[in-house]
Design a binder for this molecule. Structure first.
Ligand code: AMP
Length: 457
């Protein structure tokens, strides 16, 4: 199928051609005609499926009737409102709006917290047709009356599941109060929790349900592997993987901001150019880190879930879960950072004995087994943490790392009474690793469908 058959205006087709995309992705092929028909849409689409264009293109098509080049702000009321959970996603969505609207006389801007509000007020006062916003900052603008939403015709909730997780629902409900009742509503979510369905029934009229991937499925073109490792060896294993696999660009997830800072610091001491991003960093620091990561100047970007949400990095080859997320759905979001738009990717999880239950939760959610096998060539028995390599801990007055038990010993410690022969995969109900000392093993790998197999089910 080509974009030409979707009924989009020529200006949009030209903008699409400029990007080099030749055919719509499944979510685009399904959602665009429905949105053009005027119906509300509730779409289940993973990140990386091309969902942004699936709402941006038809919205721009419909709003194009309002194009004008008047300098009067009154001629440029907000007509399309897109709510997104994070600053990064808001900025990226707005960048897409600009890309696709470049041949149209429509204005857009993004407003989000963490940066000075004054330039945003100035921009809003000039008038914009399309506004992309995070909920909290939009409410600030509404209370300051720097924006009026009474002429909104399109409302998009992007990554609604994440907005729910981040506690934005009260803000979103407040924002609904500023919108006119007659409008078209679109909701995009990677997963459909009950609460998302409840929310949609509150504000959508008979929405058309579109799903392009299995519910809670992970991208089919992502190779998922997991390595058993004691917590104290994770940093060394990660450095080993980055160096051995010659990873030039890897996004690493930690569960906490302090964990992200510490890991970045430690990797730098391993001569790996690493930077942490999380919500305590200034917007400027985050934007700069992301730009340098994209340019290949930063090898490892260490991020928390909130900071990484919405990052769109073309061809990101590898994502590492330094710690497994406690919510299985976060795993789906995390690994969605790689293998985007048909490219193949790899997701590596470092799993400590304490994290086994999170791994089983993830496997239940994605309805797949993630093979858990020791990485050949890496031994957690080696004690290589010289005092000079642990300055971060020393600085903070923490005790220095001692020689650590092996992985098997760590797992044995975790469940001594129930696991007399503590082998990690067997622990997890999977085929045990029968490896003789020194015997090489294949890298654990779940062979997934080949590239190009559509995720549509
Ligand atoms: P999204 O799911 O909207 O975050 O998009 C994921 C990535 O796919 C982005 O880098 C888009 O630029 C890219 N993309 C969107 N539509 C297409 C398409 N029709 N063909 C190829 N790539 C696309």
């Amino acid at each position: 199928m080509s974009f030409d058959n979707l009924g989009l205006r020529p200006e949009l087709l030209r903008a699409i051609a400029d990007t080099g995309y030749t055919e719509p992705t499944p979510i685009q092929a399904q959602a665009i005609p429905v949105v053009l028909s005027g119906r509300d849409v509730m779409a289940g689409a993973q990140t990386g499926t091309g969902k942004t264009a699936s709402f941006t293109l038809p919205m721009l098509h419909k709003l194009a009737v309002h194009q004008n080049t008047s300098t009067s702000p009154a001629r440029h009321p907000v007509r399309g409102l897109i709510l997104a959970p994070t600053r990064e996603l808001a900025a990226q969505v707005e960048a897409s709006v600009r890309t696709y609207s470049k041949h149209l006389a429509l204005r857009s801007t993004a407003v989000y917290g963490g940066v000075n509000i004054d330039p945003q007020i100035a921009e809003l006062r000039k008038g914009v047709e399309i506004l992309v916003a995070t909920p909290g900052r939009l409410l600030d603008h509404l209370h300051q009356k720097s924006v009026n939403l009474s002429q909104v015709e399109f409302l998009v909730l992007d990554e609604a599941d994440r907005m729910l997780d981040m506690g934005f629902m009260p803000d979103i409900r407040r924002i609904f109060g500023f919108l006119p009742p007659r409008r078209q509503n679109l909701l995009f979510s990677a997963t459909f929790a009950e609460e998302i369905k409840r929310l949609s029934s509150e504000f959508m009229r008979d929405p058309q349900l579109i799903e392009v991937a299995r519910r809670n499925a992970t991208a089919d073109n992502v190779l998922q592997v997991a390595y058993p490792v004691g917590t104290d060896h994770k940093r060394r294993l990660l450095a080993h993987i980055i160096k051995n696999e010659n990873l030039k660009q890897v996004l690493v997830f930690t569960n906490t901001k302090t964990g992200a800072n510490r890991l970045a610091h430690q990797l730098v001491h391993e001569n790996i150019n690493a930077v942490a991003i999380h919500s305590d960093k200034t917007q400027q620091a985050r934007t700069q880190a992301l730009a340098e990561f994209k340019e290949g100047k930063i090898q490892a970007l260490i991020a928390t879930d909130v900071a990484a949400r919405g990052l769109d990095i073309d061809d990101l080859p590898c994502v590492v879960n330094f710690e497994l997320p406690h919510s299985a759905e976060d795993y789906v979001h995390r690994i969605g950072r790689t293998g985007r738009a048909g490219a193949s990717g790899k997701a590596i999880s470092l799993v400590s004995p304490e994290e086994k239950r999170y791994l089983s939760d993830i496997e239940k959610l994605i309805k797949r087994t993630i093979p858990l096998e020791a990485l050949p060539g890496f031994s957690s028995d080696r004690h290589d943490v010289a005092p000079s390599k642990a300055p971060y801990r020393e600085k903070r007055g923490e005790r220095q790392e001692r020689a650590q038990p092996s992985v098997a010993q760590s797992f044995a410690k975790a469940e001594p009474e129930t696991t007399p022969e503590p082998m990690m995969p067997a622990d997890l109900g999977m085929a045990p690793v029968n490896r003789r000392p020194g015997q090489k093993k294949e890298v654990a790998a779940l062979l997934l469908p080949p590239r190009g197999v559509p995720a549509t089910e």
